[in-house]
Design a protein around this ligand. Sequence first.
Ligand SMILES: *Cc1c(COP(=O)(O)O)cnc(C)c1O
Length: 381
Amino acid sequence: MDVIQAAKKIINQKSLEGNDDAFYVMNLEDVKIKYEHWVEKIPRVMPYYAVKCNDDEEVLKLLRDLGTGFDCASKKEILQMLSLNVDSNKIIYAHTVKQISHLKLSAEKGIKKVTFDSEAELYKIKEFHPNSKVVLRIRFDASNSIINLGTKFGCNPITEAPKLIELCKELKINLFGIAFHVGSGTTDFGVYERALDAVRKLFDYAETMDIKMKFVDIGGGFIGKDLSIFDDYAKSINAGIERNFPSSDIEIISEPGRYFVDSAFSVVSQVILKKHHEDGQIYYYLNESIYMSFLIAHLYKEQLEFSIIRASEPEKEPKDKLSTVWGCTCNSRDKIIADRLIPELQMGDWIVFHNMGAYTTTVSTAFNGFQNLNIFGSADL
Ligand SMILES: *Cc1c(COP(=O)(O)O)cnc(C)c1O
């Protein structure tokens, strides 16, 4: 069943119950297809799914059963994964700045792999998690990405990383490997290969100090909307691995977030009011918001893709009209689509927004008393 058919069925079921809330349609099969594609294309790289991207329990359980690991960044995410019986070896605490109580928890729970990118964090780890396997995060930015992470995280691989490697030696901390994150959502495919070259140099430098690292973490960044571009990532990653880490003694992981979930979720939202504004545009008001599922899309100015489900079939083909689509909160910046030509809609129609699985459910707020949406999967159909 495609997403439009599924959405129509749910709309009908809900209307019988008098429920007109917006909702998600989730397709777990899509997550599974992504996993199988990953294993086929980059078999050397074990994915550790980034929980912050979408922490839906069914998604997490599916990935657990498929055998992925998990990237957690807080106490709550760690406890969530442990409660799903994920082995502590399959968790990486991949936040380079850890609150002490969270770091202590990771030590107590046997989560050994932790990342860092500064001296101060290394001293903290030495004190509160001395038996960890530390992973040094370097900065290696893609030339383009939706979310650049390098401005906040990662040390300079040339000027700072060697000093931090020396400090590990001095503090007798187990330096396990190197991590990077090129930025979330990139089409600079070659960046992975270049980053792996930089990681190799640090492996070589560490070896001059008798430190034998065993682990490379290539981070996330992979766009998940369009599976056909995955070959381009794979080519770059496989070339980087073959040249720099041909031996299978080196464990290679990745922390994909959006790749697994983006296309698996759609948001289905209703037009609750239509207004012809004096500025000549049509204003539509939805029961969704930039304070809910559209927060990240709004912050990073992502173009939304959508389809329409009409409450009743129009007599003739609706014309494109200059329109603004507003969110449901009382805030006037709550604009989901601004000044765009879209086919004319009527009150009661539904808009299905595609590729809404990444950074949507986990960032949605309860502002103005609007709640997180229900998620419908195949079991509900
Ligand atoms: C957010 C994040 C990820 C996931 O990134 P995607 O671009 O969604 O793949 C992975 N690792 C770290 C450290 C992150 O902060």
